[in-house]
Design a protein around this ligand. Structure first.
Ligand code: KIV
Length: 280
């Protein structure tokens, strides 16, 4: 995807948008080669890469560090013509600490390489979201299960199940579109409600645990590849049993070292014939 303007165009044409989280340069090059449209450097980085129980530990410094790493990785990708756009998460409270704080955070993350900023919630933030958009910052909304509010929501729960909660989500989705956001993440929302909201909007919705009626889907890199196995949410589809495959490969390495099978002669340097470059 070349620009944020293509998001609405994709929806209009009925072309589903594929987004995946990613947090480091090695993985970013692989994700880009796979053809995803959008890479989300999500604040889930606090959990997947830093071992926290929730996303609250992510701050602007951490997000900027990982966004910059992903940006560098995309420069190494073979798929330069179809380079995915980088969506960077505004971390916990970044848009609730005042306009100056928000704009400084936005500048930092955009300069690190993000092309779109995602923020959670809308109520009470409408003016700030509009200001961001008017300042030339493409914004992605995020409603439903908003992980930064995990304590207020009482845990990782499906949202919008009763009539009042469903109405609130409909209203929030409309409000975000009116604020000028470019797309909207719907997380853990019943599929029929997510479908209805998607059909009612001009901007694309990107679902996670929100059924097939959304205009796109997002999943977490480690979940898709089966790299973290302690917990598998219902909405995750694993395309690889990555943890097991990596464990098996690494056991072979350990075994080869122990049994003196690694390194072999062809993996070692000779005195006379070696070239100066270690990677030659
Ligand atoms: O941070 C993240 O990974 C997210 C996705 C779950 C949408 O916000």
């Amino acid at each position: 995807m070349k620009s944020v303007l293509e998001l609405r165009e994709a929806k209009r044409r009925g072309r589903k948008i594929a987004m995946l989280t990613c947090y480091d340069s090695t993985s970013a090059a692989i994700v880009a080669d796979a053809g995803v449209d959008l890479i989300l450097v999500g604040d889930s980085v606090a959990m997947t890469m830093h071992g926290h129980d929730n996303t609250l530990a992510a701050d602007v410094d951490l997000m900027a560090l990982h966004i910059a790493a992903v940006d560098r990785g995309l420069r190494q990708s073979h798929a330069s013509s179809a380079r995915p756009l980088i969506v960077g998460d505004l971390p916990f409270l970044a848009h609730r600490l005042g306009r100056d704080h928000l704009m400084a955070a936005a500048a930092r993350l955009m300069r690190a390489g993000a092309q779109i900023l995602k923020l959670e919630g809308v109520d009470g933030s409408e003016d700030d979201i509009r200001y961001l958009v008017e300042s030339g910052v493409p914004v992605m909304g995020h409603i439903g299960l908003t992980p930064q509010s995990v304590h207020a929501l009482g845990g990782w729960r499906v949202q919008g199940r009763d009539a009042q909660a469903a109405d609130a989500l409909r209203r929030q989705a409309r409000a975000l579109q009116e604020c000028g956001v470019s797309a909207l993440v719907l997380e853990c929302v019943p599929a029929p409600l997510a479908s209805e909201i998607s059909a009612s909007l001009e901007i694309p919705t990107i679902g996670i645990g929100a059924g097939a009626g959304c205009d796109g889907q997002v999943l977490v890199f480690q979940d898709v590849l089966g790299l973290q196995t302690h917990f598998k949410p219902k909405f995750v589809r694993r395309y690889l049993e990555g943890a097991e495959i990596l464990r098996t490969a690494l056991r072979r390495y350990v075994d080869d070292v122990r049994h003196e099978k690694f390194p072999a002669a062809e993996e070692s340097f000779d005195i006379a014939l070696s070239t100066p470059e270690a990677n030659a």
